[in-house]
Write a protein that binds this ligand. Structure first.
Ligand SMILES: NC(=O)c1ccc[n+]([C@@H]2O[C@H](COP(=O)([O-])OP(=O)(O)OC[C@H]3O[C@@H](n4cnc5c(N)ncnc54)[C@H](O)[C@@H]3O)[C@@H](O)[C@H]2O)c1
Ligand SMILES: [Zn+2]
Length: 357
């Protein structure tokens, strides 16, 4: 097992990464001083795969457990669903010391975290992320949220979990598409922060895709370490945490115009390359580095070009996205592999060129 400590004063916590950790959950919770009742929030698919093992483990350690299930899908991240969870929590007489355990991908993590942050003004929150995206990204850093109408992730809080338990074995039941989705975010860390992590992908991507245990553990560990470091420097996302949005400015535009038919990781992958092209056209990113970026993304099973979508509509969507500050679009662009810069001086015609190139 590997561990990453995210240091935020009284809100510090450990991220545990390893194969087979779901059978140690009860002990890890007890080690953190938790006991009594516990609530698992999950969905039917994840419950059928892993719910029983976890429930048995917790019951064996003396916890009184309830499992609350919500259906699949982004639309479940809503105030209505949060409301129904509050009702079930009060029926169970959940107390201020009762941990809420998110068992699932980012949808469950964001929703359960929002409920944990608000029920009784905050109860202990445990993340058991079950997708690669959730293990390398959404379970770390304390952003919890629901959607409200067209406001995606806009109703929420910064609420750090007590711990994150990332069991690598759980990833074996993901579809190749869901795995590639998470890989996009992990590759992102290499580009924005760590050129050695990027080289690690260049050397090992095929074996990572085949879920070689020690390589996947290394990917989750290194990614978690980078995300933790960035969050430690800027928990509330006023400054350096912005760099985690690399690939997302254009990515969100593509997701919106495709009406979310293009998956998040795919959109981010295209966005990362487009940002690379913009940087190259501005005379900053070297051609050779752009080629390396395209090659790793392709090998990860991700698209490199904008699908059959209107570049003008994507630019309009970008202009309406949250990254507009005083009518300027904020871009995170690679300087070289392993380092990025933030700029609001990208010409719209350059974005168009990068999209149709
Ligand atoms: N809070 C943050 O910082 C943050 C960061 C990035 C993304 N997000 C949010 O995360 C969400 C996306 O998360 P996601 O990509 O994990 O999607 P998801 O939660 O919808 O999971 C994707 C699919 O995988 C299934 N699944 C989960 N674990 C599985 C497993 N081990 N085996 C088989 N199937 C499994 C789910 O049932 C679902 O069908 C979005 O709502 C996004 O807004 C939040
Ligand atoms: Zn993302």
């Amino acid at each position: 097992m590997k561990e990453v400590r995210l240091k935020l004063g009284n809100s510090s916590y450990d991220i545990y990464i390893g194969a087979g950790l779901i059978v140690q959950i009860g002990q890890l919770l007890k080690k953190a001083g938790l006991d009594g009742k516990a609530v698992i929030i999950t969905n039917p698919k994840v419950k059928s795969l892993y719910g029983d093992v976890i429930e048995q483990n917790l019951t064996g350690e003396g916890f009184k457990v309830i499992v609350l299930q919500i259906p699949e899908g982004e639309e479940q991240k809503s105030l209505e669903v949060a409301g129904s969870l509050y009702r079930e929590l009060s029926t169970f007489y959940a107390e201020r010391t009762t941990p809420i355990i998110a068992l699932g991908g980012g949808v469950i993590g964001d929703l359960a975290g929002f409920v944990a942050a608000t029920f009784l003004r905050g109860v202990p929150f445990i993340q058991i992320p079950t997708t690669l995206l959730a293990q390398v990204d959404s379970s770390i850093g304390g952003k919890v949220a629901v959607n409200y109408g067209r406001l995606k992730n806009k109703i929420g809080a910064f609420y750090q979990p007590r711990m994150v338990i990332s069991d690598i074995n759980i990833l074996k039941t993901l579809t190749p598409e869901d795995l590639s989705d998470g890989l996009a975010e992990a590759i992102k860390y290499g580009v924005i922060w760590d050129k050695e992590l990027f080289s690690f992908f260049e050397s090992n991507i095929d074996r990572i895709k085949a879920l070689d245990e020690s390589l996947v553990e290394e990917v989750v560990f290194r990614s978690a370490k980078i995300k933790a470091e960035v969050v430690e420097k800027d928990e509330r996302d006023f400054a350096i945490r912005n760099i985690l949005n690399y690939g997302h400015t254009i990515g969100h535009g593509i997701e919106a115009v495709s009406e979310f038919k293009v998956q998040h990781g795919e959109a981010v992958a295209i966005g990362m390359i487009a940002a690379g092209k913009i940087s190259h056209k501005m005379g900053i990113l070297d051609k050779n580095e752009l080629i390396r970026l395209e090659s790793v993304i392709k090998q990860a099973g991700l698209p490199t070009k904008v699908p059959d979508l209107d570049a003008g509509k994507i630019i309009d969507a970008i202009k309406h996205d949250k990254k507009i500050l005083k009518c300027k679009v904020r871009f995170i662009l690679p300087k070289s592999i392993g380092s990025v810069f933030i700029t609001e001086e990208v010409n719209l015609s350059l974005i168009r060129e990068a999209l149709i190139d």
